[in-house]
Design a protein around this ligand. Structure first.
Ligand code: ADP
Ligand code: MG
Length: 244
């Protein structure tokens, strides 16, 4: 029996009066792809940020590979490397080249020699289809290309799990597919992924499970086909009625 890679047990978090995460229980197996879906403001981003310890929580526990989330220091830096995160806004370093964006983390946090980090970065940039842009700066790339660089940058840290928070919602429609294709191939290669997205095509192609959140709670979970064709709760039915 292998333990799930990510385990949240009874996690609660408030922002002042707002109970933003309410008794969240969620286990994610190694290699599993979980799509998190739900109305704006339901706590999806907060959930991702909490797993990455960008946010604290009050009660409950979160473990990654059996170890509780560290509080601070070196261990926290290691967690950030183990738990990759890709945001809606690509968050690349504007004054660094594409190559430097990808090598910086491995060199600083993983202490990888520069030449080795660059070799690996070029392989990753190749994989996401932007190797020919390596010497350019982020602003010289399209949004879709920048997001693919952001994915390569996360992968360069050899993460155990990747969190994607609406990775395509800031992109022009014609660039969405090129980013989703990279994510689908990652999923097929066995990466453990938590993906906040409303892209049903991605969910159907790549997700093992859909988790529906509303008002800080996990309201229902199902396989993608079941969730999209036969949602159980009124909240999910209502939500799907609006996005489909
Ligand atoms: P989602 O990603 O599902 O749209 P969020 O996790 O971003 O939802 O936000 C959930 C709720 O928490 C929203 O009501 C939002 O306004 C609130 N919230 C998010 N971040 C903060 C913060 N740093 N301080 C106070 N309230 C916040
Ligand atoms: Mg969000």
């Amino acid at each position: 029996m292998t333990e799930p890679l990510v385990v949240l047990k009874g996690v609660n978090k408030h922002f002042g009066e707002l109970h933003v995460l309410q008794d969240i229980n969620l286990s994610i197996d190694k290699g599993e792809v979980v799509v998190v879906i739900g109305p704006s403001g339901s706590g999806k981003s907060t959930l991702c940020r909490t797993i990455n310890r960008l946010e604290t929580f009050e009660t409950g526990s979160i473990t990654i590979d059996g170890a509780p989330l560290p509080e601070e220091g070196k261990e926290l830096a290691k967690l950030r490397a183990d738990v990759g995160m890709v945001f809606q806004s690509f968050n690349l370093f504007a004054h660094k080249t594409i190559l430097d964006n990808v090598t910086l983390g491995p060199i600083k946090a993983r202490k990888i020699p520069k030449a080795q980090a660059e070799k690996r970065a070029m392989e990753l940039l190749e994989r996401v289809g932007v190797a020919h842009q390596a010497q350019k700066f982020p602003a010289q790339l399209s949004g879709g290309q920048q997001q693919r660089v952001a994915i390569a940058r996360s992968l360069a840290m050899d993460p155990k799990v990747m969190l994607f928070d609406e990775p395509t919602s800031a992109l022009d429609p014609e660039m969405i597919t090129e980013v989703l294709d990279v994510m689908v191939s990652l999923a097929k290669e066995g990466m453990t992924m938590v993906v906040v997205t409303h892209e049903m095509g991605f969910a159907r192609k790549a997700a093992n499970r859909v988790v529906f959140m509303a008002d800080g709670q996990i309201v229902e979970e199902n396989d993608p086909e079941g969730f999209f064709t036969a949602p159980k709760s009124d909240r999910a039915k209502d939500f799907l009625g609006k996005i489909l």
